[in-house]
Design a protein around this ligand. Structure first.
Ligand code: PMP
Length: 362
């Protein structure tokens, strides 16, 4: 079979080697005569899988020893509830400040507002989120329980290039659409979370990296399966977790390590994005949606100057094996999501197609 280049925002393509390994092991994991989805989350075999997932993640992301890794149900959006439930009570003010860079931050703020005082300190809504807004971290009041950002904005195709220094106020980052795509200093964050379905594995589960001192502040109403302390105390196995997703994540992490780790992946990702941004920047036919200084390396958003050509552009792309390039409905146009597993050849194929489409339609 020929695998398509899948530019969908997520669930997104996984490395072919990972899919093949999972396929080989599906019926018979490690000569057990059973597959991973058929064995207990408390078996010694699964214990090895989750331990190796922890170890690989610690190594690849450089997670310091005062942080816990949790595998939390419900994907990324469930963390929009879990974060305030767990830490908005750190201060009696029950206040959290959001720097809004797109719909995902707005949604997260609305969830937090159910449990406390959720404030917007800066937003780029006035320019349809085409940039990261100016924000002075010194303006944050000390009584904030946390400050919140979305590090990469999947819909609008922007990202924080560097992160605000919020001092003693824990910075919480939704890194769903870019985790492990670039090097980071985990110490800058109180909590990082990411749904698995872009750079890590299947949908439905989130990985949460939390500084230990932020555990133990959950509001009394917190359901136990959203209480990060319960996850930390039980190695994320207080109930039957999504063992298959954790297994798939271990395969993806091993692949990332084999590819030379995050630093190599970051260089590759920058070069991949450049291939497509160059086509956009060299033409009046395509218009980049994000301000160049704020561009994402994971989600490349653009419009056609003549929007009437968009349907033909997308149809032709599909005929060339370039799948799911339609932009999100709130932004329109096209979006190429080029997560870690998108090969450079996929970006080149898209760039070639874009140049050819421009030539035949100008
Ligand atoms: N945050 C970001 C940045 C996302 O891109 C997404 C999904 N596209 C979500 C949150 C929501 O993820 P989930 O569907 O796992 O809740």
């Amino acid at each position: 079979m020929t695998r398509i280049y899948n530019f969908g925002a997520g669930p997104a393509m996984l490395p072919t080697q990972v899919m093949e390994k999972a396929q080989t092991e599906f019926l018979d994991y490690n000569n057990m005569g059973a597959g991973v989805i058929e064995i207990s989350h408390r078996s010694k075999e699964f214990d090895q899988i989750i331990n190796s997932t922890d170890a690989l993640l610690t190594e690849l992301a450089g997670i310091p020893s005062n942080y816990k890794i949790l595998y939390v149900h419900g994907g990324a959006q469930m963390q929009f509830s879990a974060v305030p439930l767990n830490i908005i009570n750190r201060n009696p003010s029950q206040k959290a400040t959001f720097i809004e860079t797109g719909s995902w931050t707005v949604k997260a703020r609305k969830e937090a507002a159910r449990y406390g005082n959720a404030i917007t300190a800066a937003t780029s809504a006035d320019t349809n989120f085409d940039r990261i807004p100016e924000f002075d971290a010194d303006s944050l009041d000390d009584d904030n329980s946390y400050a919140y950002i979305t590090s990469n904005n999947t819909l609008f195709g922007t990202r924080w290039n560097s992160f605000p220094d919020t001092g003693d106020i824990p910075l919480v980052a939704d890194m769903t659409s870019e985790f492990l795509s670039r090097e980071l200093d985990i110490n800058q964050f109180g909590i990082i979370f990411a749904g698995l379905q872009k750079n890590l594995g299947p949908a439905g589960l989130a990985v949460v990296i939390i500084r230990e001192d932020l555990l133990g502040h959950a509001l009394p109403i917190t359901p136990s399966l959203l209480d990060y302390q319960v996850y930390a105390d039980n190695h994320s196995l207080s109930n039957t977790n999504n063992t298959f997703a954790i297994y798939m994540m271990s395969l993806v992490l091993q692949w990332l390590k084999d590819e030379g780790g995050v630093a190599n992946m970051e260089a590759r990702n920058n070069a991949k994005a450049r291939i497509i941004y160059d086509v956009i920047d060299d033409s009046d036919f395509y218009l980049g949606a994000a301000q160049p200084a704020h561009r994402s390396m994971m989600n490349v958003t653009f419009n056609l100057a003549n929007n009437d050509l968009l349907d033909d552009f997308l149809k032709g792309a599909l005929e060339n094996g370039l799948y799911a390039l339609k932009g999100h409905r709130v932004v329109g146009g096209a979006r190429a999501s080029i997560y870690n597993a998108m090969p450079t050849a996929g970006c080149q194929a898209l760039a070639d197609y874009m140049a050819e489409f421009e030539r035949s339609n100008s």
